[in-house]
Write a protein that binds this ligand. Sequence first.
Ligand SMILES: O=C(O)CCC(=O)C(=O)O
Length: 238
Amino acid sequence: MILTPEQIAQYHDDGYVLASGLFVEQDLVEMEDAFDGIVRRRMRSHTELKSWGGSWKDDLPEMSLLHTHDLQAYSARWTRVLTHERLAGAFADLLGGNVQYHHSKLFQKPPENGAAFPMHQDFPYFPHDHHTMMAGIIHLTDATEQMGCVRVVPASHKLGPLPLYDDPSGAGNKYLDPQQYPIEDATPCPARRGDVLFFSYLTIHGSGINASDRVRKTVLIQVRDPSDRPTEDTHFSP
Ligand SMILES: O=C(O)CCC(=O)C(=O)O
């Protein structure tokens, strides 16, 4: 076991848990260095995003974000992270045995205007039969509230799949009604460099703007129990 029984119970009760100490400092140095290399290379092909689309951000300032999928396509170091014994072991503790990689996402939230995310479930992007799908967000820098740390609605995974917000702009991502689920009302999950935030794909989550003068760097790894099958042909992953 990598996680404690209390951590595993918190994941099942609240739909999320923050774990420290899975990586040693040398791992983190190499992972951040490889992260920076991916960002440099991807910047040449314009990976910067404004942020998620939709009317949720009508009253927010212009925001920006660096983002790319599937780090194993860009970096041997990040390929090795996928089988890191303590990270994979923590996923196995939470899934109860087998772990299958689905996809990963790099996010660099720049200082001052690093993009917020409206509150959402990941479920509608890749629905599965048994809802085992879950994420672990690896923090390569601290993520304070001011730096736009992830926020969650505790125990919301028990609500099951929720109706999507009918975005009047018609161009939105899949998210929940921003009046019903304001970002600022959700529980902040501040993290230190090296911490991993695990959460179910049904847990309502989002994040605020990085309004600080420091960059926020994270990598999200999405996994599932391999016996859990997708219910739709969507979000194909290598
Ligand atoms: O990293 C963040 O601030 C939020 C990311 C997120 O919610 C997602 O990728 O589903």
